[in-house]
Design a binder for this molecule. Structure first.
Ligand SMILES: [Zn+2]
Ligand SMILES: [Zn+2]
Length: 213
């Protein structure tokens, strides 16, 4: 049954936003690719993207969502979107705490198969179509950029080890570090990105200003 399960409301919502962001033509092109070989029809010109997305199976919705042809960073909607843009005013300690609570590094508890995720996103309890009883689990959330401080990266893996994917997300109110001016030993100023305490970055040595002394 898992194979014929329809896209979840969260997937539909995500794909609808994605369609708006990348434009209908690109969305349709990728949509056509993921429904190829199935009995799911491509979107008709008069059909809304949301309606088309609802016809997808869960697995195909995931394929579309993670298509490398589409920039799949869909900003999580927050009720304080505008206020968050002025994040210069964020109190740093508080922001650091929030980042720490948000990240899920390798050694943190990860999502248990089929159960709600510790990241708080109740929507991504997702079966994998490789085998009966296989689930995609959220194993990591770490910073997902070298310069966009609110861009994070989620890692999902199948419990049966047959597939995995990553997905970027922007959390406007939760930067993982700060950008600041610093002065090196010779008195020259430079810009650096400083991680909040306890934050794991997969490419820390590539961050601006890393290792300058
Ligand atoms: Zn999660
Ligand atoms: Zn699987």
């Amino acid at each position: 049954m898992a194979k014929t399960e329809l896209a979840t409301p969260a997937q539909v919502k995500y794909l609808t936003t994605l369609a708006e962001k990348v434009g209908k033509e690109r969305f349709d092109a990728e949509f056509a690719k993921v429904v190829k070989g199935s009995d799911i029809e491509p979107r008709t010109p008069r059909q809304r993207c949301a309606t088309a997305a609802k016809r997808l199976t869960k697995a195909r919705a995931r394929k579309l969502r993670t298509s490398p042809e589409l920039p799949y960073t869909v900003e999580h909607m927050t009720t304080h979107g505008e206020a968050a843009a002025a994040h210069t005013a964020i109190d740093e300690d508080e922001a650091g705490q929030r980042a720490l609570a948000t990240q899920m590094p390798w050694d943190d508890p990860e999502q248990r198969p089929g159960e709600p995720c510790p990241c708080g996103d109740a929507d991504h309890v997702e079966e994998c179509d490789c085998e009966e009883g296989a689930f995609m689990i959220h194993v990591m959330r770490i910073p997902g950029s070298l310069d966009e401080l609110t861009l994070w990266e989620d890692h999902f893996e199948c419990t049966h080890g047959s597939s995995s994917y990553t997905q970027k997300l922007t959390l406007h109110e939760t930067p993982w570090g700060v950008r600041e001016q610093a002065v090196d030993r010779r008195g020259a100023s430079y810009e650096r990105v400083r991680l909040f305490p306890g934050i794991t970055h997969g490419q820390e040595s590539l961050l601006p200003g890393f290792g300058v002394s």
